[in-house]
Design a protein around this ligand. Sequence first.
Ligand SMILES: Nc1ncnc2c1ncn2[C@@H]1O[C@H](COP(=O)(O)OP(=O)(O)OP(=O)(O)O)[C@@H](O)[C@H]1O
Length: 336
Amino acid sequence: MTISEIVDPGSIVADPVIEVRGLTKTFRRHKTIVEAVAGIDLTVRRGELVALLGPNGAGKSTTLRMLTTLLQPTAGTALLAGRSVVDEPDEVRRRIGYVGQGNGAGHNQRVREELIMQGRCYGLSKIESVTRAVELVDALDLGELVDRRVGTLSGGQRRRLDIALGIVHRPEIIFLDEPTTGMDPQSRANLWDHIGRLREQTGATIILTTHYLDEADAMAERVVVIDHGTVIADDSATALKANLAGDRIALTVEQDTAAIALADLAGDNPAVDAVVRRGATVTLRVTRSRQLLAELITLAAHQGITVTAAEATHPTLDDVFLGLTGRSLRESATAA
Ligand SMILES: Nc1ncnc2c1ncn2[C@@H]1O[C@H](COP(=O)(O)OP(=O)(O)OP(=O)(O)O)[C@@H](O)[C@H]1O
């Protein structure tokens, strides 16, 4: 037996900082067993920014809570920076920062005091806490807010403070549970700037959950789609969209009969994965829309078919989810 038969080289991840195998959590609700997380495998490289995406109830928060030692797994293993969440929870906690959906800071405290107090809670000396608070105020742009009481901050400002509080102890791995939920688009973009900067400055690995597809698409270099407690897709947003959804081309002609002929013509093209005709419009799922659009219009013209309208669209992560599950992530998220 050769080495390549024993170990799949593609499965080896350089410098893994999170290694999760068969992670499972079941809850007992009344007399039924709820399998919130049903055997998740996940390996994350140092410095990666990973978005966990999935509809309500998919198991994202439960996964995060197990990885942050807040919840004991029913089965499976999870190593964070080489330490087991089950056997060495204190060691894990020293190396991670967790910013949950609720916020823990006292409303009457001032921002500066809150940051200094958090440093003290993590065992920093008074001077170290003050120095660290100054660094965090700078990193998360809290300068104008230091003398404000926490209760008076806006949602976006509060989230920035929550993140600062969660990273006082310079964690290697930062978990953010829905950091931008409920924020307006401008505040979301601003928070993302801060998350990006934080990552550049500290080299920390960041794992976050989000409901916002556009956000995961634009910001995360890796998207892990979770549904019913399992990972159903795991790749860069670009690769997920290219491999699982494909671009879409819609071609409209003058008559239904011409559309039928066009659908046949397009169906013969190897770059076309799926063809749907509705009336005089033919919609195609394709692997490379840019060249194909012109090619198909020319081919149609040679057959005497005039294309009157043409549109090429790139898929969204929702198309990926739809392709994988037959459901829209958007609808699933709002329905649950
Ligand atoms: N303590 C609990 N007891 C019973 N069931 C639970 C408990 N916590 C979570 N669940 C169930 O486990 C499943 C996964 O929940 P989880 O909160 O992890 O999902 P999620 O993907 O984070 O959802 P959301 O996006 O709404 O936060 C859901 O069916 C939820 O109702």
